[in-house]
Design a protein around this ligand. Sequence first.
Ligand SMILES: [Zn+2]
Length: 261
Amino acid sequence: MIKLLSDLGVLPVSLLHKIGFCSFAKAGLSLFDPTDSQKRDLEKLIKMIPASYQGLLSGKLYLNALKFIRSLKEFLEGTRRPVILEEANIQFILDFLKEKVGKVGGVIVLDCGSIPELSAIAGKLAYLNRNVTIYDKFFINPVGTTKFLTEQLAYLGRETALKYYAEMLKKELGAKFDIKISTTDLIVHQYGVTIDKFLDSLDIEKIFEQMYHYVKQDSILVTADHGYDLVADEHGLYITHGYKRKCPLNFSRIALFLIID
Ligand SMILES: [Zn+2]
């Protein structure tokens, strides 16, 4: 997905984001058996993309999104092993990061950093000749809430707020600084009604510029506490996190680890 988006990297991040988001939304909905009104909501969303780029949503990007959603579903539902001892456990994640990542210059933690945002930003950075590494291990957040992560910090002798997670990662990975960006979470809570409002109000260019500022200085680890869910129910299509029922995109359960250098 990131490779495909970086091929389009000449476009502004906000358009890359819309294209990526719509590819995931279309793929997620196609596996969901949507109602006619939900299908219309998706069509309305796709119209936010300039007509000349709408064709991309039927080709490789769509197939790629479909493949990703299928394997994520399989991973989240298929495995019966206790993730709480592994990918859902902060100590396990710390050990993994210390072994695989080692040292980084800085740490950026997004409150609600979901797959569409991270792939758009990573695609743009790859286009700008940055090295982007995504680990095949991710943090699993079975309930999709910040609290699930921050509560674990107490057992590690830390205060229970997301900024202390960023601070802990900084210390453990020998980084010089840590940043927490809450933009997406605030939008998800404030405008958590419809997807077009979400796409319109999320200033992804600003998040990108914030991150790019630090990427220019040093290698950066980017991660999140959870992503968000794309829900399709009687209220139409909307974004939330920690949704408990079946929904087209269940991204609030995972947080990726990216290294940009
Ligand atoms: Zn939240």
